[in-house]
Design a protein around this ligand. Structure first.
Ligand SMILES: *[C@@H]1O[C@H](CO)[C@@H](O)[C@H](O)[C@H]1NC(C)=O
Length: 237
């Protein structure tokens, strides 16, 4: 009994009153629970702080990339045309077409890629032609990349219901292979894969349902390795 000094209050308590023990125990538990909650909160706070820190470090790195002129992010954006702002619509009709592996050129008329996600707003692309939905003045342009050993012609033609029959050339450019090779008498062997670019641009008036297309002297000579090397577009001014 002397060594068991502890149970005596218990005995006394039980005699005096039944319930005193459970509240004591629960208070102890409550204190333990409060301590656990406090610990949990502290750990959470520490973790939260770590997350904030990680987030700030990440942001700092991103902004550093952006301001230091690193082109990695820009290149990534350029190579994925799907990252265009989809909620921003042009204020006027616009079209921009590019080349691609899916295009099938006619011998003289160039085709443009559908898979390359072309920009087309209030304009149609039909049967290798850009078709106007709205009458007005448009800036029209095209660039092609080609190889040729002979003079290469690149032009933009206009087709309208108002003039039946042949299409009307609007812009044209003829590129001649470099003459220095010809002088040396090695014209054919040297120029067989001489590459050049041709760019055309101008402003014209079009009616609804008018169509324009890109005509070349030989579409087999178009270099088709990269989609953005051959382009065709128009926008209302
Ligand atoms: C068109 O170009 C290709 C490739 O250079 C050539 O083989 C072909 O003979 C050319 N066609 C014409 C009609 O000149």
């Amino acid at each position: 009994m002397p060594e068991c000094g502890y149970p005596s209050p218990y005995v006394v308590d039980t005699h005096a009153n039944r319930p005193p023990l459970p509240p004591r125990l629960s208070r102890k538990r409550q204190r333990l629970g409060a301590a656990q909650t406090l610990l949990f909160m502290l750990v959470s706070l520490a973790l939260f702080g770590m997350f904030i820190e990680a987030y700030l470090i990440y942001h700092f790195h991103i902004s550093e990339y952006a301001t230091s002129g690193s082109s990695s992010k820009l290149i990534a954006d350029v190579n994925s045309p799907t990252e265009r702002p989809s909620d921003v619509l042009p204020s006027k009709p616009v079209a921009h077409l590019t080349g691609g592996q899916d295009v099938v050129h006619k011998s003289h008329i160039m085709a443009w890629s559908i898979n390359a996600d072309p920009t087309l707003y209030e304009m149609d692309y039909k049967d290798r032609c850009l078709v106007f939905q709205k009458e007005g003045y448009y800036h029209v342009y095209s660039k092609v990349y080609f190889f040729s050993s002979e003079p290469f012609e690149h032009s933009i033609h206009w087709r309208t219901k108002r003039y039946k029959g042949k299409s009307i050339p609007l812009l044209s450019s003829t590129t001649h292979p470099e003459s220095s090779h010809r002088k040396k008498g090695r014209y054919h062997s040297f120029n067989s894969d001489q590459k050049s670019n041709s760019y055309l641009g101008g402003v014209f008036h079009f009616y609804k349902d008018d169509a324009i297309f890109v005509h070349v002297s030989n579409s087999s000579q178009i270099v088709r390795s990269k989609p953005f090397e051959n382009i065709f577009g128009a926008f209302m001014i």
